[in-house]
Design a protein around this ligand. Structure first.
Ligand code: SF4
Length: 348
């Protein structure tokens, strides 16, 4: 085996023990806590997760508590973290643990992969941290480290190249399974804090002596950049109906699609449909107060939302609820709506 392969794990483990991140609240051998943190960390920075994670654990200390909770309670605590399908899957997976696994977390990567929202890398992280299994993670950060150390030029979006990286990652695992938590944390920490996408700190990298990208002065070009996603613009119109007592009319979004499962004001792709609902609630078109357009970027879509506020005491004839301002915190709202509502409350 190549010397870089042999020294990779020992160097990383030693570096993690000295310089890596310790004392994170989820660095415990409890699969529930590890799983929760892994899902939260998927598209979110550690600093943000450190804010959300303790509240989530306080509300749902065990997987049984999470499984027994209502979806709105889960989405409410997730509000602001984005990518809400993660929260819905989390809730479904907690129920799977209770029904399919008798309330005990599965211990192998392949069984963990059966849980909703748990892919191969997340399953490997749980298996490694909670059960010291010799399974490799391969998230975006790890792909970057491997592509640089081995000067790999493949397209990170291609399935065939990703398969090659899995094989490489698995060949690097430490011999001793007791080292798996430190090794896995080391991979995560190195990618997040040293081998960063731009301006990596090669001067303090434990792998610098073996890194081909560094030796060949190709750090900036590896891994090959992803093709940017095609973004389409979607105009939306919100009808923000409020009652005399200040209650806001909210409707639950369908489970699939934008803001799935969250609570939102009536939202339309057509201005005309928005006006029709306003008229049905006795609001004259001239009494609709148009606010500044809100621009909100999702992965593949740029939302251009124009809110229209109106006062009415007529309850719309469609599913929804009137929610008083002091009760809004109990409802998971899309981020741009939460911002809009709090700006209005401040301005009132
Ligand atoms: S030497 Fe630089 S490019 Fe290579 S792995 Fe370390 S931080 Fe990344």
């Amino acid at each position: 085996m190549h010397p870089t392969h042999l020294s990779f794990a020992p160097k990383l483990i030693e570096w993690q023990r000295q310089h890596g991140r310790h004392h994170l609240p989820w660095q415990v051998a409890d699969p529930y806590r590890v799983w929760l943190s892994e899902i939260m960390l998927q598209q979110t920075q550690v600093a943000t997760v450190l804010d959300y994670y303790p509240r989530f654990i306080a509300a749902f200390p065990t997987v049984a508590d999470l499984a027994a909770a209502g979806e709105d309670a889960v989405l409410g605590l997730w509000q602001g973290l984005g990518y809400y399908s993660r929260a819905r899957n989390l809730h479904k997976a907690a129920r799977q643990v209770m029904t399919e696994f008798g309330g005990r977390f599965p211990q192998t990567r392949t069984e963990l992969e059966r849980l909703c929202g748990v892919g191969r890398s997340t399953a490997a992280a749980i298996a490694a941290f909670a059960f010291q299994q010799r399974e490799s993670i391969l998230d975006g950060n790890v792909k970057r480290v491997l592509c640089r150390v081995w000067a790999q030029e493949g397209d990170p979006q291609s399935a065939a190249f990703t398969e090659q990286l899995w094989t490489l990652a698995e060949s690097l695992l430490p011999e001793n399974s007791a080292d798996m938590p430190a090794y896995t944390q080391g991979l995560m920490d190195l990618g997040a804090t040293v081998c960063k996408r731009s301006k990596p700190a090669c001067g303090c990298c434990p792998l610098a002596a073996d890194c081909r990208a560094l030796a060949e002065d190709r750090v900036a070009e590896l891994p090959r950049p992803k093709a940017p996603p095609k973004v389409t613009v979607l105009p939306l119109f919100w009808l923000c109906l409020s009652r005399t007592d200040g209650a806001l009319w909210l409707e639950k979004r369908p489970a699939k699609g934008i803001w799935g499962g969250l609570w939102c004001v009536p939202c339309f792709e057509s201005l005309h449909e928005m006006q029709q609902l306003a008229a049905a609630c006795g609001v004259d078109e001239r009494d609709l107060q148009e606010a500044e357009t809100i621009r909100h970027r999702l992965t593949h879509r740029q939302l251009e939302i124009t809110p229209f506020a109106a006062r009415t005491d007529t309850t719309p004839e469609r599913p929804g609820v009137w929610v008083l301002p002091q009760d809004l915190a109990d409802y998971g709202l899309p981020k741009p709506l939460a911002r809009y509502v709090s700006a209005r409350v401040r301005a009132a």
